[in-house]
Write a protein that binds this ligand. Structure first.
Ligand code: SF4
Length: 371
């Protein structure tokens, strides 16, 4: 089974007001250069442990990987190819912000083998983008999509945020119509979550954020409009045109292994789950930054398999479940599933178990009862 490779680039032009990802705003070019050098050194450390593996996805996330200059991006991807057996048809994704990628720089990424772009658009309403602390306007996103297509990157994801302060059904309708016009191959739609340590968290009492019912209605609207426009709603938060599902994220939902490099990156590798700390200085000093590491036992692996598998439209294949764990799905979870089958939140059909559309709306509640 192929492995996924994740590379974290923790630099951004400025910090968005809701962001709790590991990223340094306005980092100087020397820090970025030191980081990429250390990243490459660590790739060489992993080389021998990965000799038997084939990698079918590479994902450069962040942060804003498109802040790397041409030399740095070439060094990172060339080193990845030198250290890991990356398949010729691998999906290679780079995350980007609309205001950080020109046609020229996207051409350079494409020449390095990047064949998928994930753009943090969030909304088509400029006042919402300003409120989120985004540094771009929607027109910049449109320009980035145009530029990506011009250089030959057709597989493009755009992020869409639900529950932005002051967002209304009308403004979301407007965003959806502009997104549908853009006609990208993939849309990731996710709900704003106000996390501790962010600027939004400090002013959370003053923010006009929709309640859970209104957010659920907005989510249903997104699902309806995108599905009507030719997108397959293949995962709770993700929509894809035919053949354009995210292979990298599907690795995670199918509990397949991946290696995460860089600060704040997570891995599931050789049966072990581990996460790196956010400490960039320790990373640059060459220290071991693994801060969470454990080997999930069989019960935990079964729970993860169910929790992640039920995020997918296709759900879980009960025969595969038995092959993986030597236990019938029904024996392990059947009893706890039955009330949700009766209530219409869950279906068990033709050897598959999956959440219905109604079930997706309350997936956290359903999963917490089942697991
Ligand atoms: S661009 Fe992305 S990673 Fe950077 S601050 Fe904004 S949300 Fe965070």
């Amino acid at each position: 089974m192929e492995t996924g490779l994740y590379i974290h680039i923790p630099f951004c032009k400025s910090k968005c007001h809701y962001c709790d990802f590991c990223s340094v705003a306005n980092a100087d070019s020397e820090l970025i250069a030191r980081y990429t050098n250390e990243l490459c050194r660590r790739m060489h450390e992993w080389k021998s442990r990965c000799r038997q593996r084939k990698f079918d996805t590479v994902y450069l996330g962040g942060g804003t990987p498109t802040l790397l200059n041409a030399d740095q991006s070439a060094t990172v991807l060339d080193t990845a190819r030198e250290c890991f057996d990356i398949l010729p048809d691998a999906e290679i994704t780079v995350e980007c912000n609309p205001a950080t990628a020109s046609e020229y720089s996207l051409a350079a990424w494409h020449a390095l083998g990047v064949n998928r772009l994930s753009i943090g658009v969030q909304s088509a309403v400029d006042s919402e983008l300003r409120l989120l602390g985004r540094i771009h306007k929607f027109a910049d996103a449109e320009e980035t999509v145009r530029a990506a297509r011009a250089v030959g990157i057709d597989n493009i994801n755009i992020d869409l945020m639900i529950g932005i302060p002051d967002q209304t059904v009308e403004s979301l309708e407007y965003t959806l119509s502009r997104y549908i016009e853009l006609d990208c191959s993939h849309v990731s739609a996710y709900c704003l979550s106000v996390e501790e340590g962010t600027r939004f968290y400090k002013s959370r009492d003053k923010l006009n954020i929709a309640d859970a019912d209104a957010v659920a209605d907005m989510y249903s609207l997104v699902a309806k409009r995108l599905s009507e426009s030719g997108y397959e709603h293949y995962e709770i938060s993700n929509f894809a045109k035919d053949g354009c599902r995210s292979r990298h994220n599907t690795h995670t939902w199918q509990c397949r292994e991946y290696l995460g490099l860089g600060v704040a990156a997570y891995s599931y590798f050789d049966g072990e789950r581990f996460g790196n700390s956010r400490d960039i200085e320790a990373f640059l000093r060459g220290e071991n930054i693994v801060c969470e590491s454990y080997r999930p036992d069989k019960d935990e692996r079964m729970s993860e398999y169910v929790m992640l598998g039920l995020r997918l439209r296709g759900g879980i294949d009960t025969r595969e479940f038995y092959e993986n764990f030597g236990v019938e799905f029904d024996a392990a979870y059947g009893q706890r599933c039955r009330p949700f089958v009766v209530s219409g939140h869950l279906k068990i059909e033709n050897g598959r178990v999956f959440l219905t559309k109604q079930g997706w709306l309350v997936s956290n509640a359903v999963l917490s009862e089942i697991l």
